[in-house]
Design a protein around this ligand. Sequence first.
Ligand code: ZN
Length: 385
Amino acid sequence: MTNQNSGQPAAYLQFCQEHMADMLETLKSLVEMESPSDNKPALDQLGEYLAQEFEHLGGKVTFDPQEEAGDNLKVEFPGTAGKPVLLLGHFDTVWPLGTLNHMPFRIENGRAYGPGVYDMKAGITMMLFALRALRTTSGAGHRPVTVLLDTDEEIGSTTGRPLVEATARGCEAALVLEPAQGLQGYLKTARKGVGDFTIRVRGRASHAGVDFEKGQSAVIELAHQILEVTKFTDLSRGITVNPGVVHGGTRTNVVAAEASVEVDIRIARAADARELEARFAALKPVNANCTVEITGGLNRPPMERTDGTVKLFHLAQEQAKKMGLALDEASTGGGSDGNFTSALGVPTLDGLGAVGEGAHAAHESILLEEFPRRTALLASLIGSL
Ligand SMILES: [Zn+2]
């Protein structure tokens, strides 16, 4: 890593502050193009818009076409030398079409509100303006930059993952523009790995009054299984197991023939994945007349706090200091596409996006005061890598 642009942070900050109105205009446009993960036409429309915006900045756009999901978007910018820096994000949101009717984009109390504003349309806006700041503000040049935005991050990155991994492999570092942690705006240097299991129990139905003893209750068996997997939680190792959704039975007067539970698991260390998966696979019915079927597994490996990530964080801290900003780090239980890049050994720094609160909630919002600063920080970080 070199420090060619170390004098630039103040200039980037000035650029971003001067362009605050433009930034908000872009943010408003992105928020007002609703883009739920499951709506291809809406996602593709926003993808086209983003492609144009990045093309205006001199980027080379490639779409990764999908049949059902939205097309993923990759944009490459030339640089002076070295491997590219990856700017990573997603343009799907958890909000269905029509959310704007009751949750419009608005600016109030020093914040911008709206569906997806924080997670993570502000982060995408920051990419655009950090690149503009780098182009406009004279400096010693920077590495090539690759922007990767996928369309199904909020539902597990099924289509995004292979592209994220293939792209990250050739990159010097991955900067993830997911929201910062909390109103203090901590950067994220560790994320838990995430997985899902489904446990399906089959028993035998019978009339609860007439034939009670002929029944084999799947609901009772499921209750045993739920208590069993709950024992896998180990907070001291950062392992959590949450049976979040249960289904089972048909009527109160029927001994239930079927029941199931969907379980969310989180792990802090990749080394714990195999053991936890083995424990799920080894589940046996307590009632031998019932069957238990287990499906699922880990779908995002943990982003561990590696040396490469710590170095990136210190670099960000240094750049922030030059703008008079104090910056701290945090770990989170939530996953992102940064988990994939980190698991490949690519130094990954996450939470470089907006400072705000309320991801996936009605009060989703970003702090306007931090918006130009964090954008300038991103530009500085790209410039100093
Ligand atoms: Zn996100």
